[in-house]
Design a protein around this ligand. Structure first.
Ligand SMILES: CC(C)(COP(=O)(O)OP(=O)(O)OC[C@H]1O[C@@H](n2cnc3c(N)ncnc32)[C@H](O)[C@@H]1OP(=O)(O)O)[C@@H](O)C(=O)NCCC(=O)NCCS
Length: 162
């Protein structure tokens, strides 16, 4: 089985691979169905152009089901964006993307991200991968003034393979 492939008990194979520019039309379609203030094409292009970043897609039979965009800063990898096609959530796709990121960036690296305080599903996913809330950024989200929960993943946290 190649890197990241899982059958998950289904006939088709989910695989995780690097996100490329040609994936962006499908990625943006998922982005628009997932967020009230979706990223623009230029925001994805900017992140993809950074050589130190790690961006991945999960695909099945050539169709993209989800993606993760992660930037590398001095002290940590910063998860900037993650979303899964609404029709394919709770199948472990988000888990595979996070696991793929940690496999590539390294178990001993530091990771951080922000999540809307109300986004209990995403927070539960992150907690499964060792992230813990360490504080908030008040009124971080311009569209509704919602606070962000700042999460960090402690070094060497055990995590489960999806
Ligand atoms: C958050 C998101 C990426 C999760 O993707 P996913 O593929 O559905 O996640 P998984 O199937 O790997 O879920 C793994 C675990 O995370 C938790 N989880 C995920 N979504 C959840 C939800 N909506 N409610 C409660 N728990 C949830 C569960 O513990 C789940 O395990 P289980 O299904 O065995 O109970 C997806 O819901 C999404 O794209 N949301 C919209 C965009 C978004 O909010 N991105 C995060 C921004 S911070």
């Amino acid at each position: 089985m190649s890197d990241g492939e899982r059958t998950g008990g289904r006939a088709t194979i989910l695989s995780v691979r690097p996100l490329t520019f040609t994936d962006l039309p499908q990625v943006i379609a998922i982005e628009r169905r997932s967020f009230p203030s979706p990223w623009s094409l230029s925001m994805f292009v900017l992140e993809l152009s950074k050589p130190s970043g790690i961006s991945l897609v999960a695909s099945e039979a050539g169709r993209i089901l989800g993606y993760i965009v992660c930037a590398r800063y001095d002290e940590a990898f910063h998860v900037m964006d993650i979303a899964v096609d609404p029709d394919h959530r709770r199948r472990g796709v988000g888990s595979m993307l996070l696991a793929g990121l940690i496999q590539r960036a390294g178990e001993d690296a530091s990771y951080t991200l922000e999540a809307r305080i109300s986004n209990a599903g995403a927070i539960a996913l992150y907690e499964r991968y060792g992230f813990r809330g360490v504080g908030t950024r008040p009124r971080y989200y311009a569209d509704n003034g919602e606070d962000a929960l700042i999460m960090w993943r402690a070094l060497g946290t055990p995590w489960e393979t999806p």
